[in-house]
Design a protein around this ligand. Sequence first.
Ligand code: UDP
Length: 246
Amino acid sequence: MEEYALSTAKYERVVLKLSGESLAGDQGFGINPAVVEDIALRVRKVRDYGIDVAIVVGGGNIWRGLSGSAKGMDRAAADYMGMMATVMNALALQDALEKQSVDTRVQTAIEMRQVAEPYIRRKAIRHMEKGRVVIFGAGTGNPYFSTDTTAALRAAEVEADVILMAKKGTDGIYDSDPNKNPNAKKFDTLSYIEILNRGLQVMDTTATSLCMDNKIPLVVFNIDDHENIVRAALGEDIGTTVGGEA
Ligand code: UDP
């Protein structure tokens, strides 16, 4: 396995956004323990470099709001179910990380006191300062939002240097869908305003504008190779970098 010098670390604190799908493995739904274990191994490596890690996890592998499983349901109810799904993923990640001897705390935006801590910003920061990986569950706690928006919000709140956005099946941002257009061009760097103007499907517009307004850099990278989590956290040139000083 590749090793890196400690001094190569570019970021001090990262928010890693894992979609629910990234925990599902090839079956595309549910939680694949071997995949989660492999991801946890990489998160541990990042932590071992002394980088503070907060994870925002999605829920699309279990339940998706209106766009998926919940057609015809009340929007808010479907969204709350989506937020519950993210908590299941958060607990799976916590379990896998603790098995790798990584100290973790799950904090949820909807109180579940028997299961996890409630989200408290200053506590989350304190946990990271003590070397714990903080996993944020239940999104923002509000329907009509996404876990991408959660990543943007939490990154701003905990003053993360970057959002590392793991994507399945794509190695960055393209000017059109590379699965449909063989001439699609990949961006190495991009600005948020370009994402909005071009209508690129990187994340929803709420998340994009939150990142833009708060000048939070974003790295979009391919999670099909889990080692990319480490590369992205160390600031290697992979995927597409948005905003910041790119
Ligand atoms: N969700 C929500 N508010 C939030 C975050 C998530 O209502 O702040 C719901 C929404 O229904 C969404 C689902 O939770 O469809 C799962 O989150 P998301 O789709 O962002 O997960 P991912 O696509 O990253 O797996």
